[in-house]
Design a binder for this molecule. Structure first.
Ligand code: FAD
Length: 450
């Protein structure tokens, strides 16, 4: 970012963190003629080759943020969660019995519990590393500066730029800062204050094992139809889901297991896990699942899942600084919608910052006023829904992993609770991003004309 005097009617935004939300927010701002730099602590892009899926609401927002992002998804190998099956053109989520063997003649029989239909190309799955590579390609060169770990932001007051300070003792200036720096966000600490408990991540008592396997292997274990369509297999204290990625050539498989122990604060949350431990946990499950687990690599990543459920943020902004994505509302992944929620944030921020730029050009508002009003409206638009996701995701995990699945007499009771998942899922999918934008713009007009 230039160190020289800035034009009064342009906006320069610093984004902290080059994850999915940071990159997509940058694309949205740049498309609206706002200057952007992303500062990332890592030496390069950090995502693994595991999968991520985008629901209909998130996809609608992506299109409004920048159609180039939708293209990046396609070039990165995104595939509809059912499209690879060749027979079912609507993308559906399917919840299925992963534990019991209810048919004496067929030990592999699995009862279908619930199906939700997201429509044609309703949910697209993609490998995370492929997505980031394609996203960075649509940004102008030099947008991202690596090896810049944010340690402080100094607000020098009205009429002055914000100063970002990095661990390597360098600095940068910006008119506004958007922290997309994930669950351990440093930007967040600057908003709520270093001594606040708000934003403290807590352990959800679930560990995940995400990986991808060649589609042929998944087909061997699951059969053609199940392997090529999204299925979430439920059982006591665990669940395992899978869906196609990489143009349908790979199957993304994620195992979730409950862990009643506490997670010591000094223990890393990302570790190497072992297939033999998963095999042990699933030894009483349906043979289909045991066959699938045999196809997983011997060693695979495992993540202890933390979220902001216990200590949500009271606000997402302070002056010309705000947080988005996991930095604002890190959720457990049981809705598969954490990044989707960050994409909704990115759309809201993009349109509000564009409106701030227009106000700078057409009214007497100062940059400070235009930006802080935009971030106030962003907070009002986004906080309730995104914090609901954090709560709902915990609830969904409880429903997935009910101990009653293992009790033939209580199994039906467990099944009867799943209707709740349908309601919660559609609350996410049916979100109208366009309405969010209209309402935010209206609120912005009201706030700046006071
Ligand atoms: P991050 O991806 O955490 O990126 C933060 C970036 O900031 C990192 O690059 C980091 O290095 C950088 N950073 C941190 N601190 C600093 C600093 N001080 N200075 C500079 N840089 C810094 N969501 C979905 O929508 N669909 C799914 O299917 C889905 N599946 C999931 C499955 C699993 C197993 C898990 C765990 C999550 C899943 N999610 C899903 C959630 C999704 O992964 C996250 O919500 C999303 O990746 C968050 O993106 P982000 O950009 O906000 O944060």
């Amino acid at each position: 970012m230039s160190q020289t005097a800035r034009e009064e009617n342009s906006l320069e935004v610093a984004i902290v963190g080059c994850g999915i939300v940071g990159l997509i927010t940058a694309a949205g701002l740049l498309r609206r003629r706002i200057k952007v730099k992303i500062f990332e602590q890592g030496q390069g892009l950090r995502e693994l080759g595991t999968g991520i899926a985008f629901n209909p609401a998130a996809q609608g927002c992506l299109e409004m943020i920048d159609p180039g992002v939708t293209m990046a998804l396609q070039f990165g190998g995104a595939v509809g969660l059912s499209a690879a099956s060749g027979e079912d053109h609507h993308d559906c989520l399917r919840w299925i019995d992963g534990y019991n063997q209810r048919n004496e003649n067929d030990p592999y029989f699995q009862k279908y519990y619930l199906k939700t239909n997201a429509g044609y190309r309703g949910i697209q799955g993609i490998r995370r590393d492929h997505l980031l590579e394609e996203l960075i390609r649509i940004l102008p060169p030099d947008t991202v500066v690596f090896k810049k770990r944010l340690v402080d932001i100094v607000d020098r007051g009205e009429g002055e730029t914000l100063v970002l300070k990095f661990a390597d003792h360098t600095m940068a200036e910006a008119d506004a800062v958007i922290g997309c720096d994930g669950i351990k966000s440093k930007t967040r600490a600057m908003i709520v204050g270093p001594d606040s408990t708000a934003g403290n991540p807590t352990y959800t008592h679930v560990n995940s094992y995400p990986t991808v396997i060649p589609m042929e292997k998944a087909v061997l274990a699951l059969g053609e139809y199940k392997a090529k369509t999204f299925h979430n297999h439920l059982g006591p204290d665990a669940n395992i889901l899978h869906y196609p990625v990489a143009h349908g050539t790979m199957c993304n498989v994620t195992v979730f297991v409950r862990n009643d122990e506490n997670w010591p604060s000094d223990k890393p949350t990302a570790l190497i896990g072992h297939r033999k431990d998963i095999e042990h946990r699933f030894k009483n499950w349906n043979p289909t699942i045991k066959d699938l687990i045999k196809m997983l690599p011997e060693n695979l990543p495992t993540w202890a899942i933390f979220d902001l459920w216990d200590y949500p943020l009271p606000y997402y902004n302070k002056g010309r600084v705000c947080v988005a994505g996991d930095a604002a509302h890190a959720s457990s992944p049981h809705h598969g919608a954490g990044a989707g929620m960050g994409i909704e944030d990115a759309l809201c921020l993009s349109v509000l910052m564009a409106e701030a730029l227009m106000k700078l050009r057409k009214t007497k508002l100062t940059k400070h006023q235009a930006i802080s009003a935009a971030f106030t409206v962003y907070n009002d638009s986004r906080r309730t829904r995104s914090q609901w996701l954090v709560n709902s995701s915990r609830r969904i995990c409880d429903l997935h992993q009910q101990r009653e699945w293992a009790d033939p007499e209580k199994c039906l009771k467990a099944e009867s609770t799943l209707e709740e998942i349908r309601d919660r899922t559609y609350k996410i999918w049916d979100y109208d991003g366009r309405r969010m934008v209209t309402k935010a713009l209206e609120d912005y007009d009201v706030i700046v004309s006071r």
